[in-house]
Write a protein that binds this ligand. Structure first.
Ligand SMILES: Nc1ncnc2c1ncn2[C@@H]1O[C@H](COP(=O)(O)OP(=O)(O)O)[C@@H](O)[C@H]1O
Ligand SMILES: O=C(CO)[C@@H](O)[C@H](O)COP(=O)(O)O
Length: 563
């Protein structure tokens, strides 16, 4: 074992990139851990041969990603680190996460292939299949969270449970097209031979863990909550729901006594492939991987009455809750580190990509120019407090509220318009509409009994994700939620991989009974010193009036445009 400063790694296989953060524990006990290294591979730009846009291949409602691209991204990520002199031998533990709900179908023989990889060759060249042996993947294109093609399977699953509310009572969510159970059902129905050839099914998170582990990794409780298959209270598969999706599903999902493992469980040591090819220590631990949203929860010092908003490809809003009280449009999932608790989540699909679209239409794709247009519109906002413009920017099918998409609705001067005057008002109004939509749906969720009390007792919003770099977005967020918006230090650009690096550290110290050993919550508390206020709510009365009017008009647009 190397004697230099130990590092702990978090890997995030999200929608558009594979990212890695390595953290070093604090020099003195009690301080915050520091980021020692970051690296990323962008799917579209660095692996163009797979033809993805925003990390996905879309054909109508079917949105998939090539699982082999994800494998090649790991080859590339580690090769980049190797070229940069990354000290692999100092890594004591690896954990990680992945975009939620997506599934990887391992072909028969895949587990054997994972356990016998040749360190002289890349993962891609071996798992992608060779002349001598087939691919490790039974289904090359993995359905991902942006897929909306499983409405029929969703209705069937709800019928099997006794309705949408009954399914939500069991699994924490009504049936959602992107959830893994309906997706598996569709693969079974449309590709029965591929399903028959499937040895195991992983989530994107447990798929990445499997590569590091050299065997198929178990699914963790937090990410399993996004499948419509897990009884969210007992943490066991609901056999009736499994059978409603596909035959012999249970043995394809787990092979151990427990159906799912805690999201911070130590799964074993790293595969000898990584030891021999890159120089990881043979005793480097692999700690359970989870979904990217629960992973972000592992990176923020979230206190009572705080909410987390992650602005990744999707916009998501999460809060901790002691009780599982599912809400109609939201999700209740197992908490990633407080094992007897849950978290509530609202997901908005038209998040960053919708903002990017507006940015490209009006600002030529430059965020600096976009910001100028937001500022320009903000100077006249005061004069529009009584009858302010508002819109629905549903370019893609929306999750919250459920909407088929392909539609932008603009409301100005009391009527529907095709374009705002000036057209660049889109830049400010999309931000206001997105944030007001979050608040609207949070209030509905709170009405159903979440622990967070809501404005005005909402204490803080803590943000993460790529778009959290944008000050204009955070200012509108602070105004709408009427609460301070905090961000961790700007170098901490990827909360999800950072959070999992912290989990890796905590799991290692707990296992080795070394320095730390306390609660994971204590680790997160040390991060308070790195959090700073990025935006405070502005208090001019006209602004409150504008937002109030926009909120009521938005609720009306929802009703009028309801499907
Ligand atoms: N300055 C900015 N302003 C607004 N959005 C931004 C800015 N910088 C990055 N983004 C957005 O961040 C998104 C990527 O965030 P990220 O958290 O890396 O996504 P994911 O984890 O889903 O791959 C991009 O789609 C981009 O639109
Ligand atoms: O579908 C969901 C959560 O339910 C998405 O939030 C995915 O988990 C993708 O995450 P990002 O890549 O946008 O972070």
């Amino acid at each position: 074992m190397s004697t230099s400063r130990p590092l702990f790694v978090g890997v995030d296989l999200s929608t558009q990139q594979l990212k890695l953060t390595a953290v070093a524990p604090p020099d003195s006990e009690g301080g915050p851990p520091t980021i020692a290294w970051t690296e990323a591979v962008s799917f579209d730009a660095e692996l163009p041969q797979y033809g993805t846009r925003g990390g996905a291949v879309a054909r109508g409602p079917c949105v998939h990603a090539p699982a082999l691209m994800w494998i090649e991204a790991l080859d590339l990520l580690l090769a980049k680190l190797q070229r940069a002199g990354f000290p692999f031998d100092t890594v004591r533990a690896v954990s990680g996460c992945g975009q939620q709900h997506g599934s990887v179908f391992w072909a028969k023989g895949a587990a054997r292939m994972l356990g016998g990889l040749d360190p002289q060759r890349t993962l891609t060249s071996q798992l992608g299949g060779t002349a001598e042996r087939g691919s490790a993947l039974a289904v090359p294109m993995s359905p991902i969270w942006m897929d909306t093609s499983t409405s029929e399977q969703c209705r069937r699953l709800e019928a099997c449970a006794g309705g949408a509310a009954a399914l939500a009572e069991i699994t924490g969510s009504a049936a959602h097209e992107r959830f893994t159970g309906p997706q598996i059902a569709k693969i079974f129905e449309t590709q029965p031979e591929a399903y028959a050839r499937t040895e195991r099914i992983s989530l994107v998170s447990s798929f990445m863990a499997s590569l590091f582990l050299g065997k198929i990794a178990p699914i963790d409780a937090a990410d399993a909550s996004g499948m419509n298959l897990l009884n969210v209270r007992t943490r066991t598969w609901d056999r009736r729901l499994l059978d409603a999706c596909a035959p012999d599903l249970s043995r394809r999902l787990s092979d151990t006594e427990a159906d799912v493992v805690p999201s911070d469980a130590v799964l074993g040591t790293i595969s000898s492939y990584f030891v021999e090819r890159f120089g990881f220590g043979a005793d480097c631990l692999v700690v359970s991987f989870t979904g990217d949203n629960p992973a972000t929860l592992c990176s923020l010092p979230l206190g009572p009455n705080d909410i987390m908003i992650s602005l990744g490809t999707s916009d998501t809003l999460c809060f901790s809750t002691k009780e599982a009280r599912p809400t109609p449009g939201g999700h209740i999932m197992r908490h990633p580190f407080v094992h007897d608790q849950f978290f509530g989540m609202l997901v908005f699909k038209n998040g960053s990509l919708a903002r990017e679209r507006v940015c490209s239409e009006h600002a030529g794709g430059s965020w600096t120019q976009f910001d100028r247009l937001v500022d320009g519109a903000a100077t006249v906002a005061e004069s529009q407090a009584t009858n302010p413009p508002i819109g629905l920017f549903f370019f893609e099918p929306e999750i919250t509220p459920a909407h088929p998409g392909g539609r932008v609705v603009r409301w100005q001067h009391g009527c529907y318009v095709d374009a705002f005057r000036p057209a660049s008002l889109d830049c400010l109004v999309i931000l206001e509409s997105q944030m007001l939509a979050m608040r609207h749906h949070l209030e509905q969720a709170l009405g159903c009994g979440a622990d967070v009390q809501g404005s005005p007792t909402l204490r803080r919003v803590i943000v993460a994700g790529g778009a959290a770099a944008n000050q204009r977005i955070l200012q509108v967020m602070a105004d709408v939620f009427d609460a301070p918006v905090l961000r961790l230090s700007t170098e901490n650009v990827n909360g999800a991989s950072f959070g999992r690096a912290l989990v890796a550290w905590h799991a290692w110290t707990t296992q080795s009974r070394a320095v730390h050993g306390g609660d994971f919550g204590d680790v997160l508390e040390t991060l308070e010193t790195t959090a700073s206020v990025a935006a405070l709510p502005r208090t001019e009365p006209w602004r409150a009036e504008r937002l109030r009017n926009q909120a009521s008009q938005l609720a009306l647009l929802y009703q009028q445009d309801a499907v």
